[in-house]
Ligand binder design. Structure first.
Ligand SMILES: Nc1ncnc2c1ncn2[C@@H]1O[C@H](COP(=O)(O)OP(=O)(O)OP(=O)(O)O)[C@@H](O)[C@H]1O
Ligand SMILES: Nc1nc2c(ncn2[C@@H]2O[C@H](COP(=O)(O)O)[C@@H](O)[C@H]2O)c(=O)[nH]1
Length: 216
């Protein structure tokens, strides 16, 4: 699992999980991170949810029906899966393995259930960030402003917000999403610091040896 060098040294790839109550802004922030960082690759989830206007199959999600989802799950095709707001969501295994082995860090926009499941299989490579909205009112405003869900769907998502927020303490980092530029910068700082962790810099021993022996 080698990823592009930070410190000009080979390092282990990481799995960067971003969760939040619905509408706090994680998908917007994930898209910004992906645009700014060529070493980051999105894990495109499969879902039984219907596409929203502007969403593209294979880019935002793999939109599949329930039969297909359940048969993929039975075949072990998902790294994790969960039912969220009455729809199934899952992380296809193959794509994540391919991205990590091609040297990318992988970004997951998934809920707390998925984050817990990934923690059971990849704890050392996992970095988990929880995004909070500045307030409950602002969360509701953002869900309405997105203007892609019915009033019933927005109400259902608001009704679940407290229980989703209750998982904040299971995460390594918590970012309050007031302003997008500020939150993006905070997420990038987390990524840089995590990439610099000594245990991820697998080329460090060789580099230190070369420095000591005067070979560099
Ligand atoms: N810091 C911010 N300030 C103002 N608006 C924001 C901010 N962050 C996100 N938004 C807006 O809030 C809405 C919801 O954002 P987004 O779709 O990214 O949320 P989400 O957390 O991914 O939700 P879901 O879990 O339902 O997918 C969007 O219209 C987005 O443009
Ligand atoms: N456990 C998983 N959760 C996922 C996955 N893909 C998305 N999600 C989460 O579902 C909700 C709703 O998403 P939306 O796109 O319908 O608004 C949100 O919290 C996502 O993070 C997944 O593969 N596994």
């Amino acid at each position: 699992m080698k990823s592009p060098a930070v410190n000009r040294i080979p390092r282990r790839g990481l799995m960067f999980v971003v969760s939040s109550p619905s509408g706090a802004g994680k998908t917007t922030l994930c898209n910004r991170l992906l645009q700014a960082d060529p070493d980051l690759s999105l894990s495109v989830s499969a879902t039984t949810r219907k596409p929203r206007p502007g969403e593209t199959d294979g880019v935002d999600y793999h939109f599949i029906d329930e039969d297909k989802f359940l048969s993929m799950r039975k075949d072990g095709a998902f790294l994790e899966s969960a039912k969220v707001f009455d729809n199934y969501y899952g992380t296809p295994k193959a794509q994540v393995e391919e991205a990590l082995s091609s040297g990318k860090d992988v970004l997951f926009d998934i809920d707390w259930q998925g984050a817990q499941q990934l923690g059971e299989i990849a704890r050392d490579d996992l970095v988990k960030v929880f995004i909070l909205p500045p307030s409950r009112d602002e969360l509701e405003r953002r869900l309405h402003k997105r203007a892609q869900d019915s009033a019933e769907v927005v109400a259902a998502r608001m009704a679940k917000a407290d229980s989703e927020i209750s998982h904040w303490a299971e995460y390594d980092y918590v970012v309050l999403n007031y302003e997008l530029d500020e939150s993006e910068a905070l997420l990038q700082s987390i990524l840089v610091a995590e990439r610099l962790k000594r245990t991820r810099q697998i080329g460090l021993g060789a580099k230190v040896k070369a420095i000591i022996e005067g070979e560099d």
